[in-house]
Design a protein around this ligand. Structure first.
Ligand code: AMP
Ligand code: MG
Length: 372
């Protein structure tokens, strides 16, 4: 009896304590795993929200439990942050910042992802007749300076800057990029979020998620079937002055909305869009809202920015040329009211159009909101 108790206290109890501690330690969220919650009314569907790439993000996925969701969301989020570290021009150590410093001196080797984004960007530039162009960035620098100085650039300044603009002056060879003209710069801000969405989606799928949503600042990828089956219902973020609430019913796809109402800058009291027309050198009179549905989020992101530059007629024509792409543009009439124009295929994606109910929760519960 006594020997038994000694054995229990001396050996088994510490082992039991160690076992419990190890179990707790193993189940704890790792330091870089995000907090997840199960969506109310949707058992088995988990979500997490985060900030990345200068915007708000959200992952939603069907997973076998909270721990599994935490693990896959952690991996997908790490991928998004890695892509940001590689491609952000706000980070001096990023590969794209390095390209911008050294690209005129000779070929700069880039890793797989920045290279893939640049190749895709050149494709979207062709599709949009150069309206979408990641090599527009010297204009961004020009207009930032204008903002600091408080006056718009002179025509001569714009003309001179345009000599360093255009992806036709990018020399893309193997895994290298070189600038054909000194003074060139690239900025992947109009397409990198969509690319990150596609890569994060791939990770969630590889790690067992059968369905879900990846959203980075209004660039979405929908995969699998929504909880309860059928199509994904996504609300188009209504621009200011919208009187209608548009809900789309979508198969798995990429979708992006660009709008001029969230990001802009002012020079000498005038308000300018953050989207610049590489053909004129001037910020565009951006569309209140351009929504693109495409096979993937990279295409949707690039095209939504490009169509914002092109305007209604040219923009729709460009969208129609792209395989699997549908487009809806909300433009402003002279009296300030909004006018919707869309490709015939987009019409078939509209689930409902109802008078807009005020307030931030215009979408019925459980729906993805989508914004630009
Ligand atoms: P989005 O919010 O996807 O429409 O992208 C807007 C961002 O694209 C801007 O903040 C810039 O970083 C970048 N951008 C602006 N003008 C252009 C352009 N003409 N072509 C490609 N990217 C652009
Ligand atoms: Mg875009």
């Amino acid at each position: 009896m006594r020997a038994n108790r000694t054995l229990w206290i001396g050996l088994i109890a510490p082992a039991a304590v160690a076992f419990v501690a190890a179990a707790v330690w193993l189940r704890r969220p790792a330091a870089d795993e995000p907090a997840v919650n199960e969506r109310p009314g949707e058992p088995g569907t988990y979500e997490t929200r985060f900030d990345a790439m200068g915007t708000r993000g959200r992952f939603q996925a069907a997973a076998p439990g909270a721990a599994a969701a935490r693990r896959m969301f952690g991996h997908a989020l790490r991928e998004v942050r890695t892509l940001e570290d590689l491609m952000s021009t706000y980070k001096p150590a990023s590969e794209v910042s390095r390209l911008n410093r050294l690209g005129a001196d000779g070929p700069v080797v880039l890793s797989r992802d920045p290279m893939a984004v640049i190749r895709k960007s050149v494709e979207v530039a062709r599709l949009t007749g150069g309206a979408f162009d990641v090599a527009y960035a010297p204009l961004r620098t020009l207009w930032r300076r204008a903002q600091n100085d408080g006056r718009v650039p002179t025509d001569a300044d714009v003309r001179k800057t345009l000599e360093t603009v255009g992806s036709d002056k990018l020399i893309v060879e193997g895994d290298t990029v070189r600038f054909g003209v000194r003074g060139m710069e690239v900025d992947l801000g109009g397409i990198a979020k969509g690319y990150a969405v596609d890569l994060a989606t791939g990770i969630l799928q590889r790690e067992g998620a059968t369905a879900g949503i990846v959203d980075l600042g209004g660039n979405l990828r929908l995969f699998g079937e929504p909880p309860g089956g059928g199509k994904w219902r996504v609300e188009v973020n209504p621009p200011p002055g919208a009187t209608e609430d548009i809900i789309l019913a979508l198969p798995p796809c990429g979708i992006a909305t660009s709008g001029d109402y969230e990001r802009y800058f002012t020079v000498g009291g005038r308000r300018f869009s953050h989207i610049i027309d590489p053909r004129t050198g001037w910020p565009v009179e951006a569309m209140p809202s351009v929504t693109i549905v495409a096979p993937d989020a990279t295409t949707a992101d690039g095209l939504s920015t490009g169509v914002s530059v092109l305007g209604v007629k040219e923009g729709l024509a460009a969208a129609r040329k792209a395989p699997g792409v549908e487009c809806m543009i909300m433009s402003r009439r002279p009296d300030g009211s909004l006018e919707k124009t869309m490709t015939p295929g987009f019409e078939k994606l509209i689930d409902s159009v109802t008078p807009l109910r005020p307030g931030p929760d215009a979408a019925p519960a459980g729906e993805a909101r989508e914004g630009g």
